[in-house]
Design a binder for this molecule. Sequence first.
Ligand code: AMP
Length: 130
Amino acid sequence: MPTIFTKIVNGEIPCYKIAEDDRFFAFLDINPLAKGHTLVIPKQETDYLFDLDDQLLADMNVFAKKIAVAQKKVIPCKRVGVAVLGLEVPHAHIHLIPMNSEADVNFSNPKLKLASEEFEEIAGLIRTEL
Ligand code: AMP
């Protein structure tokens, strides 16, 4: 049974896509802690990030870095926070969260409710910086 993230990669479930290459995929988190909150995943299905092969994990971080640099340029924020939870979706992923304070990356915070036009606009802004 493919994970929900594999279904996104395969286009079976819609997403607000940020970037893709042969091994990795990035898209906006549908329940964002902040505008621009992005998930980076390997296309290979592995439940836990730190079970990934060393080279894949290293390359995934380089892929994530490009996105974080683009986020920082188009979303007003002090830093792009990086978080790994994996409690909900059993497909390795890195959260990239534009933040101004530590409180912005508290996963107990209420999630933003954005209209699909806002998601599209944010995704478009980040994509144009890549
Ligand atoms: P966790 O596994 O605890 O790191 O959380 C999984 C994250 O995936 C949560 O922040 C969800 O909002 C996000 N998520 C779940 N389903 C989707 C989806 N279809 N599109 C975008 N983000 C999703």
